[in-house]
Write a protein that binds this ligand. Structure first.
Ligand SMILES: [Zn+2]
Length: 496
């Protein structure tokens, strides 16, 4: 019954889209049912590419872009689909990710570049993403998405960023957890293993050491073990189980090494490191930046201290702080602009109709006019929640900072929440000017160095010691070897 249903749905979908085609898989040579012609595949990639460039931004370094694109084109030329219109770009995101769109559009984040150890690993990542395109995984993933998912996906990428109001709108999970994540196609384990194999093959064909694929998988595996604080969307949400895949790619690498003279294969750690010196690390300060449990925004000139140990995630439209290990969120965002002129009227407009036990009142927060409102409501993922939100006027804008916490737990953290709401403050020009971006630099380890010491020396723990270890290809419990050339994170140059 199930199987029949599935086939029927697929056939119906195909007829509806009139895209049904029986295509030859370029990698396996086998015939397969595909919902998409190659022309359609390319035009989908093209359309989504424009959105990615607009929403994520292209990282402003022509030299780095040229370097990555050059490697990518060399690998793609050796692939099973050399004739596709291949495009490669480094996007301006601190997340650790790489992804591919149908039709040959490949992206690396600047975040992943900080974690790759050498050029062979870069070739491995690029080869892996090329593999997803050549084996038509991206087409299949796209075809698998249901109509509803596609609608959502199109909604996400083809309309301007929605500034939904998480307090009353579609739900905070949507704002916090989806973002571009929905657009990024998810692959199954078999697809990943195949892409790893193809990546190793293409890299070897191009003269790079195939061990680079295993190296980058180990590093990405370590990131997964050390909860990824870089938020959505990341490599792990789209490419599952890197650690387990290391073992699976090992025999592939061994076989490839038998076919070539391994001594001639390129690894080029030194050259790669030189290429990424000065690349920005972490958030762009002009979009606001998390420092410990405080979020500061030098352009909007504001700061909020979230409760200690809560994880802060910054996105285009909302800053979310997440209570560790339990349900409970705090959010900071701009209130939607519009007609209501008073804070009370704006808060009233944003209060959902199903809100219960509403209480509200005017207040002052650090010298600014505020309106604080509390109510209860039911939410899909959280059940009965307590919402407490302050609408604050600052510098000609209205900001909302507030909490969404299950009712049963609210009293336990009410004081923390209130303290956090009342921490909203204006930043002085001097303070704003002192907020600098972080960037990659190089450092030579000396005898007795520890990751902790290097992290401190580089400028007051800009990144945790464990992050430094992983960035340099070490397990977190192993200290750096003396004489090793390491990537570190330092404070960069002033904004603007
Ligand atoms: Zn993948």
């Amino acid at each position: 019954m199930r199987r029949y249903e599935r086939a029927w749905t697929a056939a119906l979908l195909a007829a509806a889209l009139m895209l049904a085609a029986c295509a030859t898989n370029p990698v396996t040579g086998g015939r397969e049912f595909a919902l998409m012609t190659e022309g359609r595949e390319i035009s989908i990639g093209e359309g989504a590419d424009a959105q990615i460039r607009e929403q994520m931004g292209v990282y402003d370094s022509p030299a780095l872009q040229g370097y990555v694109a050059d490697l990518g084109h060399r690998l793609a030329a050796l692939s099973h689909r050399p004739y596709l219109p291949w495009h490669f770009a480094v996007v301006d995101s601190p997340a650790v990710n790489a992804f591919a769109l149908p039709g040959g559009y490949i992206y690396l984040t600047r975040g992943i570049l900080a974690y790759l150890g050498d050029e062979a690993e870069l070739a491995g990542v690029l080869g892996h993403e090329i593999g997803h395109v050549t084996a038509r995984h991206s087409v299949q993933a796209y075809s698998r998405a249901t109509g509803a998912q596609l609608g959502l996906l199109l909604g996400q990428i083809f309309v301007p960023p929605m500034r939904s109001n998480p307090y009353g709108g579609p739900g905070i999970m949507d704002a916090a957890a989806s973002g571009l994540g929905l657009l990024l196609l998810k692959f199954g384990r078999d697809d990943e293993v195949q892409a790893d194999r193809l990546g190793a093959e293409y890299a070897t064909g191009g003269g790079w050491h195939p061990e680079g694929v295993a190296g980058m998988l180990s590093t990405l595996g370590r990131i997964s073990e050390l909860s990824d604080r870089r938020g959505v969307p990341n490599w792990l949400s789209t490419h599952p189980e890197p650690t387990a895949r290391v073992a699976e790619v090992a025999p592939v690498v061994a076989r490839l090494l038998e076919t070539v003279d391994a001594s001639g294969l390129r690894i080029d750690r030194g050259g790669y490191l030189e290429r990424i010196v000065g690349v920005r690390f972490g958030d762009n300060p002009e979009e606001g930046i998390a420092r410990g449990h405080e979020f500061v925004h030098p352009v909007l000139r504001l700061g909020v201290e979230f409760p200690e140990d809560w994880e802060i995630q910054n996105s285009d439209t909302v800053v979310v702080a997440r209570r560790p290990g339990r349900d409970g969120y705090m959010l900071l965002q701009l209130a939607e602009e519009g007609e209501p002129a008073t804070l009370e009227a704006i808060a009233e407009r944003d209060t959902p109709r199903d809100a219960r036990n509403v209480s509200a009142g005017g207040s002052r927060i650090n010298g600014m006019d505020a309106h604080i409102r509390s109510y209860q409501r039911d939410m899909d993922n959280l059940g009965a929640v307590m919402v407490r939100a302050a609408y604050i006027r600052h510098d000609g804008q209205v900001y909302v900072v507030g909490a969404v916490v299950p009712v049963a737990e609210f009293t336990r953290i009410e004081r923390e929440v209130n303290r956090s709401i009342r921490s909203f403050r204006a930043l002085s020009a001097e303070e704003a000017a002192r907020i600098l971006p972080n960037e990659i630099a190089l450092y030579e380890a000396v005898a007795g160095d520890t990751w902790q010491r290097i992290a401190q020396r580089a400028g007051g723990e800009l990144v945790p010691a464990a992050t430094l270890a992983i960035m340099n290809g070490y397990p977190v419990d192993e200290q750096p070897r003396a004489g090793g050339r390491l990537k570190i994170v330092v404070q960069g140059s002033p904004v603007g």
